[in-house]
Design a protein around this ligand. Structure first.
Ligand SMILES: C[S@@+](CC[C@H](N)C(=O)[O-])C[C@H]1O[C@@H](n2cnc3c(N)ncnc32)[C@H](O)[C@@H]1O
Length: 518
């Protein structure tokens, strides 16, 4: 298609949410890196470029009713879906534009007010150089001084061995006309046969067979795979090239949204740390870190105008930051995984931290007072707890209504849509992971179903049964009503014990509900 610049435009992309695009998360990372970031508790403006189906922008709009959101994407079907979802949930603070990056970059000055945050996930390495320039122009024109940008991309050198793999898929597609998702499926099947035939490429570049082995259910993921591999301009990027691209928009690199990546000690092998010690240039060093771990994907945060304060100012900003628990105490763990394998945080630090955090939202300052842990260790442990999804930067809840309405809409649509995987969470201004059953259970609780396992199981079943949704146990579909209800009752018990207190803390449900699970 002429208007798509070589981008796959015959099928809509999957609906997804990625926590790194949340304003509170981005500001937290910026603060950890010493930058005075926008305060997500105050009114702000936010744009998502390439917002796809709009689920991410809508979740954020629902969870941040005090802020204004704009989503831009050039696929009309996606923008129609995004608008429909926003309207059905009654979200008044989000606008979607069907526009290409080039069009949006050239809008008249009065078309938009400047933004505190501009994010683009899964965009920058998938579009042409001209489109990348349009994105930079958009940022240059519409990011406020002090504003943050999040950009993710396929990275070099990790992609080096996969490039010929991607090339073959595109060559195959060019010779097999059809819908993109069908082209990618037949292309991957052909590549599999080539691998079995012993083509040397697959032997000499282990990343290629690893890709094939890691593909999972190709038919189910064909939409994602088509957008990942068939875009004619898609190209993995070197970190230093991205820094140079963004310089005209006056952007300075802040750090990685993959939080542990910002700590050499947590992410680089000891020998690599030693080898990199003599490298002073921070951008060159960051590039070398990508070589050290053969990085395939980057999630970068930039700021328009770095202004790192004194250490005292940086510490003060962090100590005021609040964290909310995303898990109950029994689910929390000091064990986490990085490039270095499995690591375990020191019990003397993590145990008291997790004990206090599990009791509810608290500031880092209060955590320090309650635990007496020295500041640097406290900050590193809190970083790990956020990185591992056990806690999240928190903000006051002004109005939980929009988030609850969107949650109920997602529950209603889950039954005929692809899974959404997340709920809006106003106390963190972001989305939290949730299974279909959990989303429908929350909706039932919002409808006033009493928090008893049996009643909740019956309510979820009443929503699942008419649309043919069945529970699974050990991968097997449960057919009879009795089995489904028994399974659901177990799940409902766990939801009431583990999710309900977290949802209350996140503003999704009112506190003080009866938690009996009988
Ligand atoms: C891989 S998808 C990512 C969608 C979403 N950000 C996510 O992570 O789920 C890339 C998105 O960029 C959009 N896109 C690609 N090229 C574009 C262009 N030149 N102008 C506007 N949108 C574009 C596509 O329509 C698609 O929705």
């Amino acid at each position: 298609m002429d208007w798509s610049g070589g981008y796959v435009s015959d099928i809509n992309y999957i609906s997804g949410f990625y926590r790194e695009i949340a304003p509170g998360y981005l500001s937290f990372v910026a603060r950890l890196r010493g930058e005075p970031a926008p305060d997500p508790a105050r009114p702000f403006r936010y744009a998502e470029l390439g917002c796809g189906q709009g689920l991410g922008t809508n979740l954020l709009a629902a969870a941040n009713p005090h802020a204004e959101f704009v989503g831009i994407d050039f696929l009309p079907g996606q923008i129609a879906n995004a608008r429909d979802q926003a309207a059905a949930a009654g979200l008044g603070n989000v606008t979607f534009h069907e526009a290409s990056f080039a069009e949006a970059a050239d809008w008249p000055a009065a078309a938009l007010e400047p933004f505190d945050y501009i994010t683009l996930h899964g965009i920058y390495a998938w579009v042409s150089p001209a489109n990348r320039q349009a994105i930079v122009r958009f940022i240059e024109r519409w990011l406020k001084p002090g504003g943050l940008v999040y950009v993710s991309y396929n990275a070099m050198p990790g992609w080096a061995g996969v490039l010929p793999f991607q090339r073959l898929l595109r060559e195959h597609a060019a010779r097999h006309p059809g819908r993109s998702d069908e082209q990618v499926q037949s292309g991957l099947a052909f590549l599999q046969r080539l691998r079995e035939a012993g083509l040397a490429y697959f032997d000499r570049h282990p990343a290629a067979p690893a890709k094939l082995d890691g593909l999972g259910d190709i038919a189910r993921e064909a939409t994602y795979l088509a957008h990942e591999y068939l875009n004619s301009a898609a190209q993995p990027l070197y970190f230093t090239d991205v820094v140079a691209d963004l310089a005209p928009a006056k952007l300075d690199y802040v750090g990685s949204a993959d939080l542990v990546e910002n700590y050499d000690v947590l992410s680089l092998p000891e020998a690599a740390r030693a080898a990199l010690e003599e490298v002073a240039d921070p951008h060159y060093r960051e590039l070398l870190r990508d070589y050290a771990v053969n990085r395939v994907f980057r999630r970068d945060i930039f700021i328009k105008g770095s202004r790192r304060g004194t250490t005292a100012q940086q510490d003060a900003a962090l100590l005021e930051t609040s964290l909310a628990p995303l898990l109950t105490r029994s689910e929390m763990t000091p064990v986490f995984h990085t490039n270095l394998g499995e690591l375990t945080g020191q019990a003397r630090i993590y145990e008291p931290l997790m004990d206090r955090l599990a009791r509810g939202t608290t500031t880092l300052g209060a955590l320090r007072e309650a635990t007496g842990i020295e500041l640097a260790a406290l900050i590193q442990a809190c970083t790990v707890l956020v990185a591992t999804g056990q806690a999240h930067p928190a903000q006051p809840v002004a109005d939980a209504g929009p988030a609850r309405r969107l949650a109920k809409l997602l529950a209603a649509r889950i039954l005929d849509d692809e899974p959404h995987g997340h709920l809006p969470a106003p106390a963190i201004g972001s989305g939290v992971a949730a299974s279909d059953t959990e989303i429908v259970a929350l909706s039932a609780l919002l409808d006033g179903v009493p928090p008893r396992a049996r009643r909740l199981a019956e309510a979820v079943w009443a929503r699942f049964r008419p649309v043919g949704r069945r529970m699974l146990r050990d991968g097997e579909v449960l057919e009879s009503e009795r089995e489904n209800l028994r399974e659901l009752q177990q799940r409902a018990g766990a939801i009431l014990r583990e999710r309900l207190p977290v949802w209350q803390g996140l503003g999704l449900l009112d506190a003080g509900d009866d938690r009996r699970s009988g």
